[in-house]
Design a binder for this molecule. Structure first.
Ligand code: ZN
Length: 313
């Protein structure tokens, strides 16, 4: 496969929260991610869209949220991303377990997946997250805070888990179009990986035959975005997806990247997103996340939009 035709692992994951302040506090303070961008949901400008990640918002570190104050909780089920696995350094679980106790974070006990230590926990809306110590040391430079130093800080995504009633359709997209291969299996968990990038390169399919469709709402992942280098590659993959007979959106300008969306055969909403133009398009590096930024089409409605958004500090 030509490098320019590659899917370069995960780009971002977008989930649904209820309270904006609670969401901001958990990810930027408790977990210590950088708050990269405060904007609005481009399809629903009455609601925020928050972005968290590393210093510059590197693909593979970006977790985004739509906080909708009155959203009801979703239900876990097939056709959903059911866990987000973050890479953390070896030896950091003790720190995190103490921190979870301090902040009343609901969590499990340390375990293992495919030989890698993992620790599951939930955000305030019940979104399932996992810390994982990757088999090969993660070379990514983390964002750090006064409370979360580099020896414990999150590096970015390690994997995402998708629950599907049958893995066949989803696997055919991963292996037939995205360049992933099945690299491991334990019970009903199938691990797929791409060799195109060193990190954020795993997708686990958990096959639950007969399981009911999950309801995507509060505390659920809304969609999973895969990374491509540029718009030409995006359009290349659009043709590939169309060739499978799937519905796919046109290329959409998301201000910080260009993307397209399609629902994969297992029911999960997939996005493909470009590296360009990135998060510095409307704020300098030092000021990322410090302004409320609106895309040009909403700028003239700024006062009206601001009046409906709860302040977040
Ligand atoms: Zn997205």
């Amino acid at each position: 496969m030509e490098e320019e035709d590659c899917i370069l692992g995960l780009h971002h994951i977008t989930a649904i929260a209820s309270d904006a302040q609670q969401n901001f506090d958990f990810y930027s303070k408790v977990l210590g991610l950088r708050f990269l961008k405060k904007t609005v949901n481009f399809d629903d400008p009455g609601a925020y869209h928050f972005y968290f990640g590393d210093e510059v918002g590197s693909a593979g570190t970006i977790l985004t949220f739509f906080p909708w104050p009155h959203i009801t909780p979703g239900t876990r089920g097939a056709g959903q991303a059911t866990a987000i696995g973050y890479s953390v350094p070896a030896g950091s679980f003790d720190f995190w377990l103490r921190r979870f106790e301090e902040y009343n974070v609901s969590h499990g006990q340390p375990g293992e997946k495919f030989g890698e230590p993992c620790l599951s926990f939930f955000d305030p809306d019940g979104l399932p997250l996992e810390f994982v110590v990757a088999q090969t040391p993660d070379p990514r430079t983390p964002w750090t805070t006064t409370e979360i130093a580099a020896d414990v800080a999150l590096r970015g995504f390690h994997y995402v888990t998708l629950m599907v009633a049958s893995r066949r359709g989803t696997a055919s997209i991963l292996t037939g179009i995205f360049g992933y291969a099945l690299v491991n299996q334990a019970g009903n968990r199938y691990r797929y990986a791409t060799d195109a990038v060193p990190t954020a390169r795993f997708v686990d399919l958990v096959e639950e035959p007969g399981s009911k469709r999950g309801v995507v709402a509060g505390g659920s992942v809304h969609h999973v975005a895969f990374r491509v280098r540029d718009e030409a590659t995006l359009l290349h993959f659009r043709e590939q997806v169309l060739g499978r007979g799937l519905d796919v959106t046109p290329q959409i300008d998301r201000q910080y990247f260009h993307s397209l969306y399609f629902r994969e055969p297992g029911g999960v909403l997939f996005e493909i997103a470009t590296d360009n133009p990135g998060f510095m398009v409307d704020e300098p590096l030092a000021e990322l996340g410090t302004h409320l930024l609106l895309p040009p089409q909403y700028e003239k409605r700024r006062n009206q939009i601001l009046a409906h958004l709860p302040p977040v500090v």
